[in-house]
Design a protein around this ligand. Structure first.
Ligand SMILES: Nc1ncnc2c1ncn2[C@@H]1O[C@H](COP(=O)(O)OP(=O)(O)O)[C@@H](O)[C@H]1O
Ligand SMILES: [Mg+2]
Length: 323
């Protein structure tokens, strides 16, 4: 059975100023899953993430990490933070040492590991994020994408089981986004559970196998990307858009084209090809059965005419997109 690594039970959180930021959150995340929490600004994503490693303590309800209800004492919190690593949205909130190497070494050093062990972890983490060779650089001299990767390395060096990344691609250029996503895929292949927050639906569709929709402090939807991005009501309520390819197919569907909504450009391409093929069959059959009916009957004879109709109808059936 797959292990549940994070589970919340009727978890709510209110900030000291009275802002009710999370209400009755019930989510379950399993080992090795790629999870995305999507929601617009102010939905509560960052507040939720701060519960995953014990920065925030629920006002009511509870959170279980690896089957155990979180305990908010120094020793237990340290254990949680070794298990769950959080990469904040803004690397500048995370990077503070004068050099890259010192920054990445900070976490493992605080775990009380030997110098050799720290060196080994830092080297490995920097290699994993493709930042080897830049150890002596000052973080503030790096590009946004590089700073993000150093921040990820700093968490990786703690060797967590679960990586939580708050808006990991916000503010990065396409190359930076690709590099970060590649790192996440690599980590997930090594069985690490990855949880990201985002409102970038294109990226989320490609990455996640499970999505939670957060709106105004509540979970209003959960499911696979296909389920979520076919649920227009929920998306609208959460002020989120669908991926562009899904929007295009949705428009076609609304206008009478027989097709299903697909989430990636490649899937959409095949779906549209199918739909066009079907449409041509439809038009051709219409022509044969109506305008050309008398002429073809006369030219071919009744038997051949019906044979031809039969073949075309059979082909049309074969060309229908699989359901
Ligand atoms: N430190 C804080 N004190 C009071 N309210 C806060 C604080 N941080 C966030 N909030 C409020 O909590 C809600 C959720 O915010 P946040 O978790 O940052 O959302 P998201 O990350 O989805 O944009 C918002 O209404 C926000 O204004
Ligand atoms: Mg946030």
């Amino acid at each position: 059975m797959v292990r549940t690594i994070i589970k919340t039970e009727n978890m709510s959180f209110t900030y000291p100023d009275g802002t009710s930021a999370l209400r009755d959150i019930n989510i379950e995340i399993k080992e090795g899953e790629r999870v995305a929490i999507i929601g617009s600004n102010g939905a509560g994503k960052s507040t939720l993430f701060a519960h995953f490693n014990g920065i925030n303590q629920p006002t009511s309800g509870l959170i279980k990490i690896d089957g155990e209800a979180a305990v908010y004492k120094k020793k237990e919190l340290l254990q949680i933070r070794q298990k769950v690593g959080i990469v904040f949205q803004n690397p500048d909130d995370q990077l503070f040492a004068p050099t890259v190497i010192e920054d990445v070494a900070f976490g493992p050093m605080n775990l009380g590991l030997s110098d050799d062990e720290v060196d080994e972890r830092v080297e490995e983490a920097l290699k994993m994020v493709g930042m080897s060779g830049l150890e002596k650089k000052a973080p503030h001299h790096l590009s946004g994408g590089q700073r993000k990767r150093v921040a990820i390395a700093g968490i990786l060096a703690m060797r967590p089981e679960i990586m939580v990344l708050d808006e990991p691609t916000t503010g990065l250029d396409p190359k930076g986004v690709e590099q970060v996503m590649e790192i996440l895929y690599m980590l997930n292949r090594e069985d690490m559970s990855i949880i990201i927050a985002s409102h970038d639906v294109e990226m989320v569709t490609q990455f996640a196998d499970k999505i939670f929709v957060l709106h105004d402090g509540e979970i209003i939807g959960q499911g696979t990307p296909e389920e979520i991005f076919n649920d227009y009501e929920t998306l609208k309520k959460a002020h989120l858009k669908s991926p562009k390819s899904a929007e295009l197919l949705y428009l076609l569907k609304k206008n009478g084209v027989q097709c299903k909504v697909k989430l990636t450009v490649e899937d959409a391409f095949h779906e549209i090809l199918h739909a066009i093929g079907e449409k041509s069959f439809h038009n051709l059959l219409h022509l044969i059965k109506n305008q050309l009916h008398h002429r073809l009957l006369h030219e071919l004879g009744e038997e051949n005419y019906h044979k031809m109709l039969h073949i075309l109808e059979e082909e049309q059936e074969n060309n229908k997109p699989p359901n």
